[in-house]
Design a protein around this ligand. Structure first.
Ligand code: CTP
Ligand SMILES: C[C@](O)(CO)[C@H](O)COP(=O)(O)O
Length: 276
């Protein structure tokens, strides 16, 4: 078919339906390393709950179409209350006993909802409140070329891989620092890829993972997980001392959200005025 005929053909079919870009925000943890009595996803940083910061980052992002939040019974009611005005929130579902189980619950809910196999899924820790639009963009765009991607930052420390001796740990190996990264979230996947990875992982009773890329690396060895630029401010609130740093980051972002929102609205208005 000629280029012209191709265009006519495409026009006759009408606009292609938009492929969903779904943010899955994991908030079903118990914060045992911080304070289990006060779940960290509900703590206030810069005057706003941690979960609100992280969900709002996706609510605000123009390419994200849907948001799913995964919770535990201890935080459900408060999170539902906090996210009442989120227009992209489709489901608040119950998580599992560890992070990977919570991801699996979300994937099952998305499958039951009939999400397309090609949908882009961004899995994010609720306790990384300062994820920025650039990192979200990079994850979404990476999936045009790869089926899996993770945000990460280059390690400035030399990373040591330990070898357990039973009574202590010795250095097992020292990877080249230039090739070491610290994983962050979002971690992004085509729906078929992450679902196949966890379907296979379900048959391995020894499978344990602290992130989702590990499931792809172990069970989908033909898939490459590309690394996209995270950010030093995209911290994970894990221990009490992280809260001090989080307050400093929140203070440095003060007002930026509002400015960014205004810019995005202006760009959208311009785009529709120009008929794009
Ligand atoms: N069963 C679990 C465990 C963790 N998470 C989420 O995964 C993210 C990263 O986990 P982590 O920092 O380890 O949070 P917690 O599990 O709450 O903390 P801890 O390990 O100290 O108990 C968090 O947003 C957490 O809510 C989850 O959805 N379901
Ligand atoms: C997914 C993650 O945030 C990447 O750094 C991290 O692995 C989560 O680990 P945790 O043990 O659940 O804190």
């Amino acid at each position: 078919m000629t280029e012209q005929a191709n265009q006519k053909h495409a026009a006759a079919r009408g606009p292609r339906p938009q492929m969903p870009v779904v943010a899955v925000v994991l908030a079903a943890g118990f914060g045992t390393r911080l304070d289990p009595g006060h779940p960290k996803q509900l703590l206030e940083v810069g005057g706003k709950a941690v979960i609100s910061w992280s969900v709002e980052a996706f609510e605000r992002h123009p390419a994200v179409t849907d948001i799913v939040v995964v919770v535990n019974p201890q935080v459900r009611a408060q999170i539902e209350g906090l996210l009442g005005s989120c227009t992209k929130l489709r489901m608040v579902i119950s998580g599992g006993s560890n992070r990977a189980d919570s991801t699996v619950e979300a994937l099952q809910a998305l499958a039951s909802a009939g999400i397309p196999e090609e949908a882009k899924i961004l899995i994010h820790d609720a306790v990384r409140p300062f994820v920025n639009a650039r990192t979200i963009d990079a994850c979404i765009e990476a999936l045009d070329e790869f089926n899996a991607a993770t945000a990460a930052v280059k390690s400035t420390d030399t990373v040591l891989l330990g070898r357990d001796l039973g009574e202590g740990t010795v250095v097992g190996s020292v990877p080249d620092r230039g090739r070491t990264f610290r994983a962050q979230t979002p971690q992004a996947f085509r729906f078929h890829t992450i679902r196949s990875a966890y379907d296979r992982a379900a048959h391995d009773p020894d499978f344990q993972a602290t992130d989702d890329t590990r499931a792809v690396l172990e069970f989908m060895p033909d898939e490459m997980v590309t690394i996209v630029a995270g950010d030093e401010t995209n911290i994970k609130i894990t221990r009490p001392e992280d809260l001090l740093y989080a307050e400093r980051i929140a203070a440095s972002l003060d007002g930026q959200d509002v400015k960014r929102q205004a810019m995005e609205e202006m760009h959208q208005m311009l785009a529709s005025a120009l008929g794009q």
